[in-house]
Every structure is written in C-alpha cells, then in structure tokens.
Write a protein of this length. Sequence first.
Length: 235
Amino acid sequence: MRRWRPPASPSSRPRSPSSRSRRCGWRARKRRRCYASSRRWRSSTTSRPSTRTTTSPKRSWRPSRRREPLAPGRGAGRILGVDPGLVATGFALIDTTAGTMVVDAGVIETSSQAPLGERLHLIYEGVARLLEKHAPDAVALEDLYAEYRFPRTALMMAHARGVVCLAARQRAVALATLAPAEVKRAVTGNGAAGKEQVQRCVQSLLGLAHPPQPSHVADALALAFTAASRLGRPR
C-alpha cells in the first residue's frame, strides 16, 4: 500500500453542497501482475482511516482537513459517488451530516487480461464492501450516455455501471442518477468542462490541498457533491 499525503491547505474551506456552485475561476489547459486492485486517495481528516475494499494492494490518498464546520442539519447524509469503468472505477464517499467531509475515496482497478465476468465480479465486490462498510444513504451515478466516436466505451461503462446498480439495489441503497453535463455545471459552472477543470474545482469546493488524483476520483467526488445538493430526489 502506497499513500500520498498532500500538505494541509490553511486557506481552503469546503462549501456546503446546498449552496449554489460558481465557476471556480480556473481554466483547463489545451504491477506486480494482478487482476484487480483498489487504490485509495486520502489525507489528514477528522474521519477514521478507511480499510481495504478488496484483498489487492492499494494506494491511498487523504483529503485535507476541514477548516471550519458548516452548519449542521443541512446535509443529505452520506453519499457514495461512483464513476464506473471496466478498467478503473472511481469511488468517493462524502458525509454532509455536519458539513462536507471526504470519508473515503479511491479507485477499483481490473486487469485487461482478466475475463470480462471476473472483472465485473471484482468491481461488484469492491462496491459491495464499500456499501456494507459505510452504509451510505445514496449512491450517485452518471446517466448512461454514448459518444458516437467511441461506442465501445459506452458498452464497457454499461457493464460496470450495471454491477454497481445491482450492488446498491441488493442492499436497498437509493440511486441518484445525474446527467454528466449537470455534474460539470454544478462543480465548475460549465457543462462542457474538461477533466482538469473538474479536478481543480472539486479541490476548491472541498477545501483540498491538491486536486484529487486520478480523474476517476475527482469525477466520483463531483458526483457525490452534486447528488448531495440535489437530495432528496434519489431514484
């Protein structure tokens, strides 16, 4: 397990998901061999250190400390954002009960050399363990969409998304589905924002010392943050 611990950012303050998001003011610029692993993204925080979601090696990251508590009672509880992908599935759990805190975040990875069924099973197991450990109030996912230039990407995402939905349904956890443009607009003010802009704006919104890495984690955090601002409308 390898961890990356960014220094605390004294001037950063997380924003409430219920507040209206503004453009963050940053413009984007033009294995040891194994079948699956989970990498976590963490920093110093008031939450308890998270444990493994799979038995495979992980790299962890910890989000920077929350500087000032937000008003309690405004949050939507615990939201697990999941950015599904067959190669890498990003996940991020935020707790908005008494502010906005990143509890756990990371990536569940599978090997392209593994059979499809095994890869889907590993993604399912990783998400199931997160649900059982953290007991979130909702799982936030992007609506399924297809890019005409890359139809195979949508098919791979659909496979991974399906097992995430199954894991949530079996545990009676609500699903909050969001359009990709809605999520980008919520965190950046621009529905067509690029990945780097999303990372920078998530960093600003959550008061992190550094942009979350990799981009799958930033996308999962953006999903969780946006869903928290929309709840209760899980579906």
